[in-house]
Write a protein that binds this ligand. Structure first.
Ligand code: C5P
Length: 209
């Protein structure tokens, strides 16, 4: 099991996908679960401040909704971080993630609390980060590539708000697990970041009996 945590647009999703391909493991982008919950609340005309509505949605989440391109929009990221602060929402999504993590011969999950809450026993943990400016540039390129008309300043503001909300919440805040290795990708392109991640995973495996 490989846990890849970190803030928005740090490169963790790409790193997780590439590690999964390298080792032949399935990969789960856990952010999509929270994004799908947030988007369904909105689609049902609900309010993101309504924890009970979000909990009902999380308990009956259809995994097929993770495939909807809507969950990759800017609005979905914002909605996700609102509903992700509710403990019953996190509880409703926990078993699915733990079952995914327990698959043999292994799995990769990326998120915010994978190494701390979902799979604290994971033998290899990375915490991927980069400066807010570099992350905002990456996210801006991704969203404009998807056809969304957004300004860089708005994306940077989103990222700062989301970082604060995700690190400041009381349930499963975004923190570096004590046994995770920090990977700062600010100065790295994806090939270098992946190479560094691969070396971290291999070192973690080699150090275990
Ligand atoms: O990773 P992504 O940006 O898609 O995540 C969207 C939001 O979902 C995050 O800002 C965070 O609030 C929430 N999330 C979480 N725990 C995870 C993954 C995502 O709280 N494991």
């Amino acid at each position: 099991m490989i846990a890849v945590d970190g803030p928005a647009a740090s490169g963790k999703g790409t790193i997780a996908t590439k590690l999964a391909a390298l080792y032949g493991y399935p990969v789960l982008d856990s952010g999509l679960l929270y994004r799908a919950v947030g988007m369904r609340v909105l689609a049902e005309g609900g309010d993101l401040g309504d924890a009970e509505h979000a909990t009902r949605v999380a308990r009956t989440l259809d995994p097929a909704s993770l495939e909807n391109p809507e969950v990759r929009t800017r609005a979905a990221g914002e909605a996700a971080s609102r509903v992700a602060a509710y403990t019953p929402v996190r509880e409703a999504l926990r078993d699915f993630q733990r079952t995914f993590a327990a698959q043999e011969p292994g799995a990769v999950i990326d998120g915010r609390d994978i190494g701390t809450v979902i799979a604290p026993q994971a033998p290899a943990k990375l915490f991927v980060t980069a400066t807010p400016e570099v992350r905002a540039t990456r996210r801006w390129k991704q969203l404009t590539g998807q056809g969304e008309a957004v300004s860089f300043e708005d994306i940077l503001a989103d990222i700062r708000i989301r970082d604060e909300r995700d690190s400041g919440r009381s349930d499963s805040p975004m923190v570096i697990a004590p046994d995770a290795v920090l990977l700062d990708t600010t100065q790295m392109d994806i090939d270098r970041a992946f190479d560094a991640a691969r070396r971290i995973v291999e070192a973690a495996r080699a150090s275990r009996p």
